[in-house]
Design a protein around this ligand. Structure first.
Ligand SMILES: [Zn+2]
Length: 308
């Protein structure tokens, strides 16, 4: 059963759980009667390709194998055992508009199947939001992932959780408002699941030369906790139960009425969290201790990382 016609995912790279520390009047209003958690888990290791890869495939990094290095150099295989959400949505809805508008360009090449009919664009987030809004208004996508990278850039440069990092989250708060307003302009709000999430957080480390900078890849609270916010008809107001970023895959498929693969400890492990969809209470299986991978720091930084 299709519960929503549209799912829009606004991903704020490197925002971790720090959204709760920033002044975000736009998100506060959008999600005032929505569902939220600032205690969701990133993928392990807490690196962008691993995390966004898990969100899009519904499996852990140990299985999808995506790294920043890999997605910077390869196209996602069209015959993968773990098709992305783009491909699953395309399979269910051959005529639907499906889009990946991502600041960090490997996300539109390395984690999108070339044969899935995905409309892709990669620009710095300040320039990306206008075209993304125009796409929503004109194409009313069934599924769209909009990725913003400037917050991660600020976290690396100044330290995660610092005023500069929080300021950039506040800039992205306004981008989120523009995306949400585009859904309203398109007349989509009563049939849209609107999600905001981050992929990972990061650290704040004193630099020998003075000041602070940040990194991520480890499994400290600051790195592994992420934000997940949901708004739309039938979304239960309040705190969402335990969840992992890969559960976004289950949430998107459920929302669009697409059958999801059976839970498999060696494969699909995306699950619906408790207290997200009103009236749906499925027991959540905690496999957070079984992710296996060793924390690491990526050798490849995002090519687009700069602070505004
Ligand atoms: Zn980063």
């Amino acid at each position: 059963m299709k519960r929503f016609e549209h799912v829009i995912v606004a991903g704020i790279d490197g925002a971790g759980a720090f959204i709760q520390n920033a002044k975000t009047p736009c998100m506060d209003a959008i999600f005032a009667s929505g569902a939220r958690t600032f205690r969701a888990f990133a993928s392990r290791p807490s690196i962008s390709a691993e995390c966004w890869g898990s969100m899009l495939t519904g499996v852990s990094p140990a299985l999808h194998g995506l790294t920043n290095e890999w997605i910077s150099q390869h196209a996602y295989p069209t015959d993968s055992r773990f098709p992305t959400l783009y491909k699953r949505v395309r399979g269910a809805y051959p005529d639907a508009a499906v889009a990946a508008y991502c600041d960090w360009s490997p996300l539109v090449t390395g984690i999108v199947e070339a044969d899935a009919g995905v409309d892709c664009l990669s620009l710095r987030d300040a320039e990306l939001i206008g075209p993304a809004c125009e796409y929503i208004r004109s194409r009313k996508p069934a599924f769209m992932f909009v990725h913003m990278d400037s917050v991660d850039g600020a976290g690396h440069k100044f330290g995660y959780g610092t005023p500069q990092h929080l300021n950039q989250i506040e800039v992205c708060d306004r981008y989120v408002q523009l995306l949400y307003s585009a859904c309203r302009d398109a007349g989509m709000l009563d049939s849209t699941l609107f999600l905001v999430l981050s992929d990972h957080g990061g650290t704040c480390d004193e630099r020998p030369e003075g000041g602070y900078s940040g990194s991520h890849g480890g499994w400290t609270e600051a790195e592994r906790r992420i934000s997940f916010l949901a708004a739309g008809p039938g979304i239960q107001a309040g705190e969402i139960g335990d969840m992992n970023i890969r559960d976004t895959a289950a949430i998107v498929l459920y929302a669009l009425g697409i059958d999801m693969p059976a839970f498999d400890p060696n494969g699909w492990t995306a699950q619906l969290p408790e207290n997200l969809f009103a009236g749906v209470q499925v027991p959540y299986i905690d496999i957070s201790g079984e992710t296996g991978a060793v924390p690491r720091v990526s050798r490849v930084r995002h090519t687009s990382q700069t602070a505004e």
